[in-house]
Design a protein around this ligand. Sequence first.
Ligand SMILES: NC(=O)C1=CN([C@@H]2O[C@H](COP(=O)(O)OP(=O)(O)OC[C@H]3O[C@@H](n4cnc5c(N)ncnc54)[C@H](OP(=O)(O)O)[C@@H]3O)[C@@H](O)[C@H]2O)C=CC1
Ligand SMILES: [Mg+2]
Length: 341
Amino acid sequence: MLRAVRTLAPLTRCCSSFVSRMRFVERLKRDDGACAAALQSGQMFLFHRLAPLLQRTERGTLRPVARRTSDVQSILQRLGSDPALLEKSVLIGCSQQNQAQFCLDVGEVDQEVLEEACEGNFIDLKKSFFLLPAAEAPLVAKGQALLRWHQTSGFCSTTGRPTFRNRAGSQRVSGDIIYYPKMSPVVIALVSDGKRCLLGRQVSFPRGMYSALAGFCDMGESLEETVSRELAEEVGLELLSISYSSSQHWPFPHSSFMIGCHATVSPAHTQLSVDQSELEDARWFSLEEVVTALQVKAPPPRGTAGLWLPPKHAIANRLISEWAEQQRRSLDRETELQIPD
Ligand SMILES: NC(=O)C1=CN([C@@H]2O[C@H](COP(=O)(O)OP(=O)(O)OC[C@H]3O[C@@H](n4cnc5c(N)ncnc54)[C@H](OP(=O)(O)O)[C@@H]3O)[C@@H](O)[C@H]2O)C=CC1
Ligand SMILES: [Mg+2]
């Protein structure tokens, strides 16, 4: 059983400006002239060999540096770089102020000199992603994903000839073959037996971290088939139901499209058979353990056995929070029903 549980309320609030921004971006993808003009007055997010340009905030977090294209142009000119470099900019969106947003990889320019000129640092996204504001992290991830796609898609896989991009960088063309940016669909499911939820960890996870179980979709599979197969493969469970929650673009390892679900198993069939080649461990956790872990902001100290959950940016955190909330509500309902008149 699959049902959508998320509404689109945030989009409908500012519908007219949202619609005009989306249509503006769509026009820039189709119209090279309009895109070149929008670049001149647009905002630019710089990357150096795919590491985004970021500034440290007073609160110890990071934020992406958005510069006017004209400022970037003068900085690059001052540093003697090729003026044609700007043509490699890729359209990534449109700000709330209706400014077109672009990203550009300036990997050919000296990193330190550029960092000084731009008043920021180029920091690997693996190290910086979770320190970015939740509202801005997706834009940075999108920029990196598109830049990587361009850097690895220079040749047609059918003919071996070069591919050429449109001005916005939303497609690459070789003869009559058009390529679009690629991403890999991944399902992630939080499984519940009615009282507990199932979390697992891979050897590569940070110490103490457990997450909802995930897996790449195989060719030809539906979402339900992928969730069912992954849970059977990784922990030997058969599911009773699956419901869709929400989705997110995920930059690791490379552009994944994460589709988040809740799933249930019968309380009578919760025995786990963990595939150790995929998971180091998988366990059932109580509501109390999960609620405590949701408050933990840093990895547990070395030598302690504390549970640590993926941070707020990760869809796993959302699924776990939704489950905890739903469990709490049903416990409240049970308590209400037990109160005598
Ligand atoms: N945002 C979030 O909250 C979370 C995100 N994730 C993400 O989900 C992703 C998938 O989870 P994971 O459990 O690792 O997936 P899987 O259980 O599918 O296992 C990964 C293996 O699948 C194979 N594979 C099949 N297709 C692909 C593909 N398109 N790209 C890469 N590998 C592929 C590879 O093995 P082989 O080479 O042997 O075929 C790979 O090692 C992870 O990369 C992780 O970043 C995971 C948890 C939380
Ligand atoms: Mg997996």
